[in-house]
Design a protein around this ligand. Structure first.
Ligand SMILES: [Zn+2]
Length: 325
């Protein structure tokens, strides 16, 4: 069986073709097609699926689509997606439209959820029973593997760790979702940059301040570069980030008794700087057993969204086949 994983982004669509041995047979990155509206976009994905099915015939082909935003995995609807710039596509029946175009009914799930499956299958090689994968970037996403199966919750929104509240709902910093006090408002890149600006206002002579002044729209890597040069202001920014992330992860571990937490996404590259503070929060917990046994790992592969989608497509198709027999 061949799995096609489609990682849908507002700017790029990534396609991954994989086999049952978890080998990547093909990967492609193309610009999201906006020229012919939603139909053109469905055709962009559908044409790739048709081509791939022809190429690998007579192998069976299974497809999964990962999209950011609010996804109804049961009904295959993209309820809300702030990244895709199409008008009036709330409750977009994407899975059905791909089926109408190709004859293959794809699985549709949240992208962070499928990235979690990718980390579980390809990264952890199925080690761990209850796993949380946290994707750290502009947004903070999460995916859960519970009892060795992908857990999507009652509505497909399980794992939204970025929007659990760790601060006051009225006075906490504002999150990309519009609410205040979310974890993402502290450890997403926008929240980290906000704290950088506050810190350099207080410390205008710091290395961090001079590095930031050199770039109009500074990247988060600059904070790591300053930390590497032992800038105390940058080290404090990462220490605070580790603290907030630790609070969020400790809450998740207490709620679900997780055995493994994986950090992935661009910001996880700064793990050497924020990990000690994060670990300290976990060490301070009074219910000790889950934290003493917890495996905390960093996964650096940036393609887990597409790989996870392809592997989940195969996993789901095989499971469906087993339940039919
Ligand atoms: Zn939020």
């Amino acid at each position: 069986m061949i799995g096609i994983g489609v990682d849908i982004g507002g700017t790029f669509v990534k396609f991954f073709v994989m086999n049952e041995k978890r080998e990547v047979l093909e990967q492609h990155k193309v610009e999201t097609n906006y020229t012919h509206g939603p139909e053109g976009f469905i055709a962009q994905i559908g044409d790739f699926i048709k081509q791939t099915r022809r190429k690998y015939a007579p192998e069976q082909v299974a497809v999964a689509l990962g999209a950011p935003g609010d996804v109804d995995n049961e009904r295959g609807l993209l309820r809300f997606n702030p990244n895709l710039k199409f008008e009036n596509v709330d409750n977009w029946p994407m899975a059905q439209q791909i089926y109408d175009y190709t004859g293959i009914l794809p699985a549709l799930a949240n992208d962070a959820t499928l990235a979690a499956w990718g980390v579980y299958e390809a990264g952890l090689q199925h080690q761990g029973t209850n796993v949380l994968v946290v994707t750290l970037g502009t947004g903070v996403g999460g995916g859960l593997i519970l009892n060795k199966e992908l857990f999507q919750g009652s509505n497909g929104t399980a794992g939204e760790i970025g929007h659990i509240k760790i601060a006051d709902l009225s006075s906490g910093p504002q999150c990309g979702c519009g609410a205040r006090g979310c974890l993402e408002a502290f450890v997403g890149t926008i929240g980290i940059k906000r704290r950088v600006r506050e810190a350099i206002k207080q410390n205008p002579r710091s290395i961090l301040a001079s590095l930031v002044a050199q770039e109009k729209d500074f990247k988060i890597e600059i904070v790591s570069r300053a930390a590497q040069q032992n800038c105390p202001v940058a080290l404090q920014v990462w220490k605070d980030t580790g603290y907030y992330l630790g609070v969020g992860i400790a809450n998740a571990v207490l709620l679900l008794d997780l055995d493994t937490v994986v950090l992935t996404g661009g910001v996880s590259g700064a793990a050497p700087y924020f990990m000690p503070a994060l670990q300290q929060v976990l060490n301070q917990q009074q219910i000790k057993t889950p934290f003493e046994r917890l495996k905390l790992v960093v996964s650096k592969d940036p393609n887990m969204g597409g790989i996870g989608a392809a592997l989940y497509a195969i996993h789901r198709a095989k499971k469906d086949a087993r339940s039919c027999n």
